[in-house]
Design a protein around this ligand. Structure first.
Ligand code: ADP
Ligand code: MG
Length: 729
C-alpha cells in the first residue's frame, strides 16, 4: 500500500527556508508603496480635486461625479505606472472572506483598436452579479441585483496587476449585504454620540473615531502534510488525531526562537504587508507548537478591518509560496490552544485625546471614568449580543472550552479602576465634587498614574479586559471578519453614550450644574453595570453559576446565541442608531444559521468518509496481519500455548473489532441525524438540529478513531499525525 503520509513527511523534511530578499529601502520608505495614500493623491490629483477628496474623507462631504472622474484619472495614471492593467471593487460579503471581480481597463477606441479607460462611474459603482453571495433572502434570484460602492475613507491599493477599490456591497433596495456598510454606520453613530459627550469636557472636539488594533493568531503546517489530511483541506481543522506526546506542556514554544522556514515566511509577509500599508509591528511564536501571531499598530477601525482582511488573504498566498498552509480556523487541533484575534479597541478625538486613557486634570479623569463606565454599560446591556457577534461554528470550539475566553461576556478592570469606580459610587457626593468659588470645580477623584496597570495585573481569562488605555475584546475568532464584533461594540457604545447625554441634559435642563449632573448619572450607571464587572477566574464553575445569578447571557449553543440579534433591545438599538433595520437583521441571521449548518454538514461528511475509507480499512488491515500472526503461532506452538503467547495480539484484534463496530454504527447514526436535519425547512431549527444532534456524534466517532491511532501500527496509518503536523517545519 503506497502511503501518502510517509511521502509527505519525507518531502516536508527536505524543505529549506526560502531566500527572501530584503528591499534596499528602509521600511519607512517602502511602507504604503502600493497604496494610493494622501502623498500620492497630492501628486496625482489637481489641487482642488485633492482638497475636495480630503474633505470627503475627513468630513464626510458628498462625493459628486465631477470629483469622481478626476480622481479616477489620477488613480489610473498611478496604477498604470505601477503595472496595473485591471481594477476591481473589493468587498466583504457575509462569507468571512473578501470578493473581487477583475475588469481590464480596456475599452474599444471606436477605430478597431483598444484604449485604456477608467471613469469616475466605474470607480464609484459596480454591479457584481451578486446572486450567489449570501443574502438571507433579501434579494430573490430574479432580481439578483446588488451593487458595490466606493468607500473613499479606505485607500485603494494594488495587488499584482490589479487596482483594488474598497467598497460596500448593498442591494438595490439599500440593504447591506456585507460587513463594511453597517460598520461605517456604526462608526458614524459612535462618532456622533461620543462627540456630544466630549463637548461636556472639550468644546473644541469635532470628531471621535474608533481605534482598532487586532492581534492575529494562526497556525502554519507544511503544505505536503496538509494535502495528506483531507479534513484539514476541506474543513480547516483536524477532525481526528491523537494528542502528540509532547505538545505545549513545556511552555517552550511561546516567544521561543522562530523556526527558520517560518521566519522566512514572516519576513516575506511583513514586507508585502508594509508595502500595502499594513503597519506590522509584532511577530512571535504563540503558545501552541506551530502557532504564531502577528500584530500591527492600531489604526482607525474601518481601515484596520480592511487591513486585517487583506492580511488574511496575503497570508494564504505567501504561505503557499513557502510551501506552508496557514490555518486560520479557531481550533485546528484538539488538546492544544486554538487561535483568536484580540481586538484592542478605544475611542479617540480628532485632536488626539484618547478617551479611554486617564488624563492629567480632574476633568480629564472624570471624562475617562465616563467613557469607561459607558463602555461597561454597553457591554452589560448587550453582553449576549456581543457574544453572538463572535460566535460561529468554528469559534464555538474555542469559546466555552477552558482555554480561550469563556462563553460568558464579562469585563476585567483591574484593582485600580475597580477601586476608583467603587470610590465614586460610595463617596459622599459633596466630598466627591464641589464648586469652590472662582477656582472652579474640585473633584476628589484619586490621581491616576499613567502606567497604572502593569503586566502582572492582566487577567487572561477575561473576554473583555481593560488594558490601560483600551479594552481588549479577546473572544473574536481568528478567521472572523473583525467588523462583526466592531459593529456591535461601536453601536452599543453609541447607544450608551447617547442615553448618558440625554439623562445629563435632562438634569441640567432642570437647573443642575453640569458636572454635578454628570456625576449623578455616572453613579447611577456604575451601580447599574456592576454585574458585568468580574475580575476573577472566567473559567471556573463558580463563575458560571454566579454569572447566571447576575443575569448575564450564559447560552452555550452557537445557533441559539444568534437569536440575540433579534431580541427587542437589539433591534431597537440597531434601528435607533441607524445601523441596521429589522429586515436586515433577520436576513443576516438566516445567513448565519445557514452557514452554521453548512459547516457542520461538511465536517460530518468528511468525518464519515475518513472513518469508512481511511480508518476502518487501515485498522482491519492491521487486524488481519495480527490474526495471521496468531494463526502462525498456533501452528508452531499448538492451540493452547500459541494463543497464550499471542495474548497481546488477540487483545488488540478484539479491541479493533469493537472500536470499528462502534465507528461504523456511529457513522450510520451520523448520516441519519443529517438526513433528519436536512428535511427541516426553517434555517434556525435546522442549525439547532445540526448543533444538538449532528455535531456531538462526530465527537463520539473521533474518540474511537483516536484510540485506534494508538494501537494500529504506525507504518500503516495513512493520515499525518499530530506530532508531524505540529513539529515538522
Ligand atoms: P498584547 O500584550 O496584548 O499581546 P500587543 O502589543 O501585542 O499586546 O498588541 C496590542 C495591540 O493593541 C496592538 O495592535 C496595539 O497597536 C494596539 N493598541 C495599543 N494601544 C491601543 C489603543 N489605545 N487603542 C486600540 N488599540 C491599541
Ligand atoms: Mg493582547
Amino acid at each position: 500500500m503506497a502511503n501518502l503520509r510517509f511521502e509527505a513527511v519525507e518531502e516536508a523534511f527536505r524543505k529549506r527556508p526560502l531566500e527572501v530578499s530584503t528591499p534596499k529601502e528602509r521600511p519607512g520608505e517602502f511602507y504604503g508603496k502600493y497604496v494610493f495614500n494622501r502623498t500620492k493623491m497630492y501628486k496625482y490629483l489637481p489641487v482642488d480635486i485633492y482638497q475636495k477628496l480630503v474633505d470627503v474623507i475627513d468630513n464626510g462631504a458628498r462625493l459628486d461625479r465631477s470629483i469622481a472622474d478626476a480622481v479616477a484619472q489620477g488613480m489610473k495614471k498611478w496604477a498604470e505606472e505601477n503595472g496595473a492593467t485591471h481594477y476591481t471593487h473589493w468587498f466583504q460579503p457575509l462569507t468571512e472572506g473578501t470578493a473581487e471581480k477583475h475588469d481590464a481597463f480596456v475599452e474599444h477606441d471606436g477605430k478597431g483598436g483598444m484604449m485604456e479607460e477608467f471613469s469616475g462611474k466605474l470607480l464609484v459603482q459596480q454591479e457584481p452579479d451578486a446572486s450567489s453571495f449570501p443574502n438571507g433572502g433579501i434579494r430573490n434570484t430574479f432580481e439578483a441585483r446588488g451593487y458595490s460602492a466606493w468607500d473613499p475613507t479606505s485607500p485603494v491599493f494594488i495587488i499584482d496587476d490589479t487596482l483594488c477599490i474598497p467598497t460596500i456591497f448593498i442591494s438595490y433596495t439599500g440593504e447591506a449585504l456585507d460587513y463594511k456598510a453597517p460598520l461605517l454606520k456604526a462608526l458614524h453613530a459612535v462618532n456622533v454620540a461620543a462627540t456630544k459627550v466630549c463637548h461636556y469636557f472639550y468644546p473644541e472636539v469635532r470628531q471621535v473615531h474608533s481605534n482598532l488594533g487586532w492581534e492575529q493568531e494562526y497556525f502554519l503546517v507544511d503544505e505536503d502534510l496538509y494535502f495528506a489530511r483531507p479534513d484539514l483541506m476541506l474543513t480547516g481543522r483536524t477532525l481526528m488525531g491523537h494528542d502528540s506526546a509532547k505538545n505545549q506542556q513545556m511552555d517552550d514554544h511561546y516567544f521561543g526562537t522562530i523556526p527558520e522556514r517560518v521566519q522566512a515566511f514572516m519576513k516575506d509577509l511583513e514586507i508585502q504587508a508594509l508595502e500595502l500599508g499594513i503597519p506590522c509591528k509584532t511577530r512571535h511564536n504563540e503558545v501552541a507548537p506551530g502557532q504564531f501571531e502577528l500584530a500591527p499598530i492600531f489604526e482607525e477601525c474601518n481601515l484596520a478591518v480592511d487591513h486585517n482582511m487583506l492580511l488574511m488573504s496575503l497570508m494564504k498566498k505567501i504561505a503557499h509560496k513557502h510551501s506552508f498552509r496557514v490555518l486560520l480556523h479557531e481550533k485546528p487541533f484538539d488538546g492544544i490552544n486554538g487561535s483568536g484575534k484580540h481586538n484592542n479597541w478605544s475611542l479617540c478625538t480628532d485632536n488626539g485625546i484618547l478617551l479611554h486613557a486617564a488624563g492629567k486634570t480632574p476633568a480629564d479623569n472624570l471624562r475617562f471614568v465616563v467613557f469607561i463606565v459607558e463602555t461597561l454599560m454597553a457591554v452589560y446591556r448587550h453582553n449576549g449580543l456581543l457574544k453572538a457577534s463572535v460566535m460561529s461554528a468554528t469559534n464555538d470550539h474555542r469559546l466555552g472550552a477552558n482555554e480561550a475566553p469563556p462563553a460568558i461576556i464579562s469585563s476585567f478592570l483591574g484593582r485600580q479602576i475597580s477601586d476608583l469606580l467603587d470610590h465614586i459610587e460610595k463617596a459622599d457626593k459633596d466630598n466627591l465634587f464641589n464648586l469652590s468659588g472662582k477656582t472652579g470645580m474640585q473633584l476628589d477623584i484619586p490621581e491616576i498614574p499613567e502606567l497604572f496597570i502593569d503586566n502582572t495585573d492582566r487577567n487572561r481569562t477575561s473576554p473583555f479586559a481593560f488594558t490601560g488605555n483600551r479594552f481588549e475584546f479577546r473572544a473574536v475568532g481568528s478567521e472572523a471578519n473583525c467588523a462583526a464584533a466592531m459593529i456591535v461594540l461601536n453601536t452599543a457604545v453609541a447607544e450608551a453614550l447617547t442615553d448618558f447625554a440625554e439623562r445629563v441634559d435632562t438634569l441640567t435642563a432642570k437647573g443642575e450644574e453640569q458636572t454635578s449632573a454628570i456625576i449623578d448619572i455616572l453613579r447611577e450607571d456604575i451601580e447599574a453595570c456592576k454585574p458585568i464587572r468580574f475580575d476573577g477566574n472566567g473559567y471556573s464553575d463558580e463563575w458560571k453559576e454566579e454569572a447566571a445569578r447576575r443575569g448575564l447571557d450564559c447560552e452555550p449553543s452557537c445557533p441559539v446565541c444568534f437569536d440575540r440579534y433579534l431580541d427587542r433591545e437589539s433591534i431597537r438599538m440597531f434601528e435607533q442608531m441607524n445601523v441596521m433595520s429589522h429586515n436586515e437583521l433577520e436576513a443576516r441571521n438566516e445567513v448565519k444559521w445557514e452557514t452554521y449548518t453548512k459547516k457542520i454538514q461538511i465536517e460530518a461528511r468528511v468525518m464519515g468518509d475518513l472513518a469508512m475509507n481511511h480508518i476502518i480499512p487501515v485498522a482491519t488491515h492491521y487486524q488481519s496481519q495480527l490474526a495471521k500472526n496468531v494463526q502462525n503461532m498456533v501452528d508452531i506452538f499448538g492451540d493452547v500455548e500459541g494463543k497464550q503467547l499471542s495474548e497481546r495480539n488477540i487483545k488488540i484484534i478484539r479491541e479493533i473489532a469493537e472500536r470499528t463496530n462502534i465507528i461504523e454504527s456511529g457513522v450510520e447514526e451520523l448520516v441519519n441525524a443529517r438526513k433528519y436535519a436536512n428535511r427541516i425547512e426553517d434555517q434556525r431549527k435546522k442549525a439547532v438540529a445540526y448543533h444538538d444532534t449532528v455535531a456531538p456524534k462526530m465527537e463520539a466517532i473521533r474518540y474511537q478513531i483516536d484510540k485506534l491511532e494508538l494501537i494500529v501500527s504506525d507504518e500503516l496509518w495513512t493520515l499525518p499525525k499530530y506530532r508531524e503536523l505540529l513539529f515538522i517545519r
